[in-house]
Ligand binder design. Sequence first.
Ligand SMILES: [Zn+2]
Length: 369
Amino acid sequence: MTDVVALTRGLVGLDTVGKAESEALKLLAPLLEQAGFTVMISEHEPRRGTLVAEWHTGLDVPPLCLSGHLDTVPLGSARWEHDPSGDLDGDRLYGRGASDMKGGVAAIVLAATRIAAATPTRAGLRLVLTAAEETGSLGARHVAGSLLEGPSGPLVIAEPTGNAVVHGHKGALWLEALATGVTAHGSMPSLGDNAIYKLVRAVSRFEEYRFEAGPHPIMGAPTLNVGTIQGGLNTNSVPDRAVATVDIRTITGQDHREVEASLSRAAGPDVRLRPLVDLPPVWTDPEDEWARSVREIVRQVTGRADEPRAATYFTDASVLTPALGSVPTVICGPGEADQAHVTDEWCSVTKLAESVEIFERICADWCGI
Ligand SMILES: [Zn+2]
């Protein structure tokens, strides 16, 4: 039996920067199969596999689901002081993906294999280890339409939280705003129809736009930002095309189709909106019975009782939570949120071991062991 540090180092040593997640699954699938899990792997493109592993899912109570992603972002252009493929220094394990989130994946897999030595009296387990989270949850979407069948219990996402319990995160709705017009010679603008003027009027209305949804007590208020604007090809023509992109971060209770329709009315008839990214918000009431039980387990293992909080980043839960039937969801993993995507990314070895124990207890509690 391997330990969590060795398994994390094994995963961090594999280059899965937007590719080759299937190589990581070659390390993990045998561990799960030997422990008694039924393992299914589906690739959304060659060598980019997402794994779904199931154990005793046929019991009366639906299985607990644990999930993490196997891809990472690139190393960046700055030089690393530590070997990005798994340098150990004191309590720190360095490497791309140590915090975000190969440490979390290793902790899930080890906890699951340990639990599988027992016989559950109440419910089983389902693991979802995804490809291509960083580029829009493509792996999660891929299995949501195929391998994720049957009822599900709650979902744990092991993204980096320093082992604190996070109850959700904002949604992301990215829109393209397109205005079209009629081109003409720049010296005779009256013969044309200027697309830039139309788009700029809409963008000004976006700046004034106020959401109907009030601030959420923990997530805060929804936000809107116009991030890019492009239009026209040359100075001496009337532009017939102008495009802006808009980044909207939504809170629980906001429906993305309604937000889009409301913004479309605000933009006016000259501008067409089209979604580019559409990831709904995720939120589980801190008073939810299961979420409370998770917080209590974390308090027992870590000695810390954190206030309920929301993450600043979004996760595969935007896809998996609705796919599993809007199940209660928490985000809790051994990585440090502020280490995601940075140079010299590290994860605490102590928190890795803590995380295995947290997941084991959450599983034992749900499965009746
Ligand atoms: Zn992540």
